[in-house]
Design a protein around this ligand. Structure first.
Ligand SMILES: *Cc1c(COP(=O)(O)O)cnc(C)c1O
Length: 358
């Protein structure tokens, strides 16, 4: 079977070797040495400049924490084309999602439509760098500054992405990432939050550990967003392979880009000045009908691409508001092709052949 993605599994002996340290320390969570080491290794690998990193239990809790601190129960301008966690976090934190449609080529929020969505109640903008493709960051930051709004980037797909010469995690008031097993870099379950401002970072830090300020004092309201040593051990084990993972993905993406017929499919346009991470390979069909027919043919060969993102988040039963025609149209026609380290050339040949026969 060829799935859309396959988790990178490091050699078990390497994992147990790192895990031994947690066993020796008799320390499985609450910021043990493995979590601290992972944070410093990641800061080095990502060449973080001003941004600080805090590892978390997944990629959703940091979005919730960000919204708790910056959303203030107000209206949050957001994209309908993202994973459900982006919108559900807004609703979960008692904020109101206000959807702004997306750009048809970049698939990120259309910055030219943000200002008309701002009201007195707007507190922040939560935008997703879709498939590792950056939003128009400078324009979003300009609008936010003008209207005194905060900016949160859901950068769940963005491990290793650089924009304008620095890590994508350097942008926004807060930026979050997911280290879920299906993501490019993973810790099984896990994630991180990035922040340049020291005072805000401290508030995030307290928030992710129940608000604890030492064992007996509380800084404020908090929740449990901590990463465990077991997850950190996985991260430390996967990280040395990341260059290899990235170059394998680059090879596969290169094959797709070279051989897929652009007459029948639209490919993702990567924003200028981006060092991309080849995290997903979406193709947009001319019609949903073509997509379904192609998907059926691929499934018959035991190949399972994924309709991602579908549905458009405006159609979620618990938000059910806002009309974003471009996002709705694209979500009905977009499919992510298999892309993972270890995908064979012969499989690529077969996938491309079927797609080009539409
Ligand atoms: C994966 C993902 C998340 C959630 O991350 P988890 O680690 O699964 O909690 C949030 N946003 C986007 C865009 C994602 O793809």
């Amino acid at each position: 079977m060829i799935p859309v993605t396959k988790t990178f599994i490091p050699p078990l002996n390497e994992y147990s070797k790192i895990l031994e340290r947690a066993f020796d320390n008799n320390w499985l969570t609450n910021r043990g040495e493995l979590v601290c080491e992972l944070e410093s290794e990641l800061a080095k690998f990502l060449a973080l400049d001003e941004a600080r990193i805090l590892c978390t239990n997944n990629g959703t809790t940091p979005i919730q924490i960000a919204l708790k601190l910056l959303g203030q129960n107000g209206e949050v301008i957001t994209t309908p084309f993202s994973y459900v966690a982006t919108t559900s976090s807004i609703v979960w934190e008692n904020c109101k999602p206000v959807f702004v449609d997306i750009h048809p080529d970049y698939l990120t929020i259309d910055e030219s439509k943000i200002e008309e969505a701002i009201t007195e109640k707007t507190t922040c903008i939560l935008a997703t760098h879709v498939f590792g493709n950056p939003c128009n960051i400078s324009e979003i930051e300009r609008i936010a500054k003008k209207h005194d709004l905060k900016v949160i980037f859901d950068a769940a797909h963005c491990f290793g992405v650089e924009y304008k010469g620095k890590s994508i995690f350097e942008y926004g008031d807060l930026s979050t990432c997911s280290f879920h097993a299906t993501k490019l870099f993973h810790t099984g379950e896990g994630g991180a939050i990035f922040c340049k401002d020291k005072e805000l970072f401290n508030r995030v830090y307290y928030s992710h550990n129940f608000g604890h300020d030492g064992p007996l004092k509380f800084h404020g309201l908090g929740i449990n967003g901590k990463m465990s040593e077991l997850s950190a051990a996985m991260g430390l084990c996967v990280l040395p392979y990341i260059k290899e993972i990235l170059s394998n993905r680059e090879r596969i993406v290169g094959y797709y880009q070279k051989h897929l017929s652009k007459k029948v499919l639209d490919l993702l346009a990567i924003r200028k000045e981006t060092k991309w991470n080849f995290s997903y390979f979406p193709v947009v069909f001319k019609s949903e009908d073509q997509l379904i027919k192609t998907e059926t043919l691929l499934n018959e060969l035991d190949i399972y691409p994924r309709r991602y993102f579908y549905p458009s988040l405006t159609e979620l039963p618990y938000v059910n508001q806002g009309i974003c025609d471009i996002s709705t149209s694209i979500s009905h026609r977009v499919m992510c092709l298999p892309l993972y380290s270890g995908l064979l050339n012969e499989d690529l040949v077969q996938i491309v052949k079927i797609l080009n026969e539409i």
